[in-house]
Design a protein around this ligand. Structure first.
Ligand code: NAP
Length: 330
């Protein structure tokens, strides 16, 4: 293949969090399996899941030291013997293991071609943030024009995609974000932007909806404010899609569902959706290509860090202070 057989990567060296992400030199370049492609990583996406994993959550049997990151975009430089339809030299974006590196492998069947004219960094989000936002809004949330959706963490990588898509589909958007990020969320077209840390969030949302509540909640915060989404979803018909827990875990009891919050609660993990419901995932990606063609999903503008500053990037995401997508460039 004419490739060097050693590479630079960012290894998670403990489960004490992102501060223990360290640059490692001279690691072996991974070898693609029969159904995999080898990518020269142009840019790697930083996701909240990377933070959770750095503490040992969702580790799926992986132990430190491991090459961190799972979302990458770049040039295909090798393909396994059973791979058809993806060629060496193509620019693709996808998910696999070890994205915070010069090279990574991923299943060929799940890669998406980088839209013509987009850079690797601009394509990040097309396989994680956008599909998650679309799945939450459409097949799960069943959002319809004229309905109201509450979008938490609306200035984040996933939240921004959700605001753009929901507005495109004719929904009224009530968004929450930290105060310093409100201009960004308004700029995306949100109808109302509320302070994510306000103690009166549920009351404010109910006031904005004449006491009725919202049709759909995109719930990715959890922790102490998990109850907000439950309290403001319309009784009986309101749908709450739970796909993140940036603020920590939270419980929901059967008593609450029967006597307090008579609502529809759904869990979403986009990786599991892609594996267990491939037809549905195909529909989600079809929606995404439509949004790209319509200019609703434009090339991303991630905040780019050098690979060596990966710990800084993950800690910034963990702190809750970032706006939009973050990327690492090897
Ligand atoms: N299930 C899935 O398949 C899937 C896929 C993609 C993403 N997600 C989830 O979606 C959420 C957004 O992911 P992302 O990668 O796009 O991240 P992000 O939204 O860019 O960053 C997380 C945001 O959550 C908010 N937040 C609220 N409470 C927080 C706390 N205690 N600590 C840190 N942040 C807090 C912060 O925004 P404000 O302060 O402005 O509210 C923060 O900026 C995450 O929970 C992630 O795990 C899930």
């Amino acid at each position: 293949m004419g490739l060097s057989c050693a590479m630079r990567a960012l290894q998670q060296t403990s489960f004490d969090g992102p501060r223990d992400l360290r640059v490692a030199e001279g690691l072996g370049v991974p070898v693609p399996g029969a159904d995999e492609v080898l990518m020269r990583v142009g840019a790697a996406g930083v996701n909240f899941r990377d933070v959770v994993m750095a503490y040992g959550g969702t580790a799926e049997g992986v132990r430190p030291p491991y090459v961190a990151g799972f979302e990458g975009a770049g040039e295909v430089v090798g393909v396994g013997e059973r791979v058809r339809g993806v060629e060496v030299g193509e620019m693709v974006v996808g998910v696999g293991y070890g994205a915070f590196a010069e090279f990574m492998t991923m299943a060929a069947g799940a890669v998406v071609r980088v839209p013509a004219g987009w850079t690797a960094a601009e394509a990040l989000g097309l396989v994680v943030n956008w599909p998650t936002a679309i799945a939450a809004l459409r097949p799960l949330g069943r959002i319809a024009a004229g309905e109201t959706v509450l979008i938490r963490a609306a200035a984040g990588g996933t939240g921004q995609a959700a605001v753009r898509a929901a507005k495109h589909w004719g929904a009224r958007v009530i968004a929450t974000a930290s105060v310093g990020k409100h201009e960004v969320v308004r700029g995306l077209g949100a109808d109302h932007v509320l302070d994510a840390r306000s103690g009166d969030l549920a009351a404010e949302v109910l006031r904005l909806t004449g006491g009725e509540g919202v049709d759909v909640v995109l719930e990715s915060v959890g922790g102490e404010s998990f109850g907000v989404g439950l309290a403001v979803a319309k009784r009986v018909t309101g749908r709450v899609v739970v796909f993140g827990l940036a603020g920590g875990t939270a419980a929901l009891t059967n008593w609450e569902l029967v006597y307090e919050n008579q609502i529809q609660v759904m869990g979403l993990n986009i990786g599991v959706l892609a594996q267990r419901a491939p037809e549905l995932f195909g529909e989600v990606m079809g929606e995404l290509f439509g949004l790209i063609a319509a200019g609703v999903a434009p090339p991303g503008k991630p905040t780019v860090y050098d690979l060596a500053d990966g710990a800084k990037a993950l800690m910034a995401l963990e702190s809750g202070t970032t706006v939009g997508k973050l990327a690492l460039v090897p």
